[in-house]
Design a protein around this ligand. Structure first.
Ligand code: BEZ
Ligand code: FE
Length: 285
């Protein structure tokens, strides 16, 4: 019997068209997506005007995308989807450092710097010493681990957001651990900043009464042969936005006390005023 479209059997009718020859994973993912989408439309009894608004919103989201702006990832981030994809794919053994959202501001091809180097190329901001160790689950140092770091500048912008005013690779660097697994470098104490909110995602946040701010953080991508790659941040304890991060990236073990050092201003502009100690624990791959 022909299975014509009805309200009650809508999802099953659509999914019945998937060929048995289709890739099995694709078929399973699409069938689930259709079931959830149809259930959503029924749940809210989506009006035709709302459907048109949604189509226009998604169209503008696509039109906002460029080589340097990924509005769809931003949408995924503010809806908590990026953190959920991260969660279901990074169920790490107890004791491992938790992962968090990657974000759109990582850059490939950043130079490897000498351990201890200053990544604040514009010299603006409050100097901060970042240091710690990369270790395995037993606390043994991991030699040859790559520690790729990036943060915003003192005004809350990444270098790629201000190519005309910030030096290239400002507040970025790659460090490789030695036999003791230690890393250390000077940067600035990061500041909280709003995610790009001049597009449809920012507009949506506004309509929902949500703010676009992220609590201050330093990004880390830590990798070593034979270990799980770790994408994470350290967050500045006490930040106003820890409990309301626009992209839900905060996890309690990632909040770090940025301690004031003893150095006074007379110690010179590059002398760290702050220090943030943090060890990264990588499980085996
Ligand atoms: C970031 O931390 O760089 C970031 C993460 C998600 C969206 C926007 C920015
Ligand atoms: Fe960030």
């Amino acid at each position: 019997m022909t299975d014509y479209f009805t309200e009650t059997g809508s999802a099953e009718t659509v999914n019945a068209r998937i060929s048995p020859d289709a890739d099995a994973r694709l078929a399973a993912v699409m069938a689930s997506l259709v079931r959830h989408l149809h259930a959503f439309v029924k749940d809210v009894t989506l009006t035709e005007a709302e459907w048109e608004t949604a189509i226009a919103f998604l169209t503008r989201t696509g039109q906002m995308c460029s080589d340097t702006r990924q509005e769809f990832i931003l949408l995924s981030d503010v809806l908590g989807v990026s953190m959920l994809v991260d969660a279901v794919n990074n169920r790490k053994p107890a004791g491992s450092t938790p992962s968090t959202v990657f974000g759109p501001f990582h850059v490939d091809g950043v130079p490897e710097r000498k351990m201890g180097a200053n990544i604040s190329l514009d010299g603006v901001g409050e100097p901060c010493l970042f240091r710690g160790r990369v270790v395995d689950l037993e606390g043994r140092p991991i030699a040859g681990a790559t520690v790729d770091v990036w943060s915003d500048n003192a005004d809350g912008f990444y270098d790629v957001q201000q190519p005309d005013t910030q030096p290239q690779h400002n507040n970025r660097g790659i460090f490789v651990t030695g036999a003791d697994g230690r890393y250390w470098f000077t940067g600035i104490k990061p500041v909280s900043y709003p995610i790009p909110d001049d597009g449809p995602v920012g507009e949506m946040l506004g309509h929902l009464g949500r703010h676009p701010w992220r609590p201050a953080h330093m990004h880390f991508l830590v990798s070593a042969p034979g270990y799980d790659r770790l994408i994470t941040h350290t967050f500045v304890a006490g930040d106003d936005y820890l409990a309301s991060d626009a992209v839900f990236g905060v996890k309690a073990p990632l909040i770090v006390d940025f301690a004031r050092t003893d150095a006074g201003p007379e110690a010179g502009p590059e002398t760290p005023l702050w220090q943030a100690d943090y060890d990264f624990v990588l499980p085996p791959a």
